[in-house]
Design a protein. Structure first.
Ligand code: HEC
Length: 245
């Protein structure tokens, strides 16, 4: 903006201010009216449609998949991406959003450009688009993640068709059996109290894996009943673990 433009603007501003109406009560009355209309619409919606509370809580369920509300999916996904770096979790979930909010808050202090046309503000435009893209991507992936005890490992190369399906079945059985509560497998599960199972196939032979599962050392629970009641699944589980090379 050059000097002439600036003077022109100040002239127009003074003119408008001269003939303009004061903020109170004119603008305030308009805002208040709009606020009342919005409140009435919300009240009518809640009266006629009610709020969705979801199914009643079942304290005995073990398959419940906890999920935040959709507008928190981006934070949820950020936390999930960081699940194997506990030291960085606070930085990612508290630090990054706080820094972004701070950046927005301080915007009038560091963006002193008089330009208002969006095409003349490439940095603001890029920053805005990048933020929207990141949040949309994180929201989308957060909404489409599987259950927290799901294991999805790369299938080892060179497997036959039936070994492949055993591998995929094993991943599901591991997820359903809660092994990840105590064992880390690849980037999944907790690091301890049990040892990592990522390469268990190179450490124990299938027979040793099977006997550990049936007759483990505490605190690991015994999976003897799985062997008894679902021998096929037990065999797939042992074969899957042996393939973790
Ligand atoms: C409550 C926690 C817990 C759960 C659940 C659990 N484990 Fe373990 N597991 C352990 C602990 C602790 C050890 C180490 C025991 C020891 O001292 O030998 C262990 C040892 C093992 C070992 C032997 C590892 C080695 O290097 O010798 C295997 C294999 C194993 N677990 C597989 C599994 C599988 C598969 C599942 C799920 C079907 C599972 N565990 C569930 C706690 C657990």
């Amino acid at each position: 903006m050059n000097q002439a433009e600036k003077e022109q603007y100040l002239r127009e501003y003074a003119l408008l201010k001269n003939e303009g109406k004061p903020f109170f009560p004119y603008a305030v009355a308009k805002d208040a009216l709009m606020a009342v209309i919005v409140m009435i619409v919300i009240m009518l919606l809640s009266l006629f449609y009610g709020a969705e509370l979801g199914p009643a809580v079942n304290p005995t369920t073990t398959t419940y998949v906890p999920r935040p509300d959709w507008y928190f999916y981006f934070l949820f996904e950020l936390l999930r991406v960081m699940r194997n770096a506990p030291k960085l979790t606070d930085m990612a979930t508290l630090g990054v959003p706080t820094l972004c909010m701070l950046g927005l808050f301080l915007l009038p202090l560091y963006d002193r450009s008089p330009e208002r046309l969006i095409t003349r503000r490439p940095v603001a435009l890029a920053a805005g688009l990048a933020t929207i893209t990141c949040m949309a991507y994180l929201t989308y992936t957060g909404a489409n993640t599987g259950s927290p005890n799901q294991v999805v490992l790369p299938v080892p190369p060179g497997l036959t068709q039936s070994q492949r399906s055993t591998f995929l079945a094993g991943e599901i059985i591991v997820g359903e059996s809660g092994c990840e509560g105590c064992h880390q497998i690849g980037s999944y599960g907790n690091n301890g109290p049990g040892p990592k199972l990522t390469h268990i196939g190179t450490i124990l032979r299938p027979g040793a894996i099977a006997s550990t599962l049936k007759d483990p050392i505490a605190p690991m629970p015994s999976f003897a009943s799985l062997a008894q009641h679902s021998p096929k699944e037990f065999k797939q589980l042992v074969e899957f673990l042996s393939m973790l090379q």
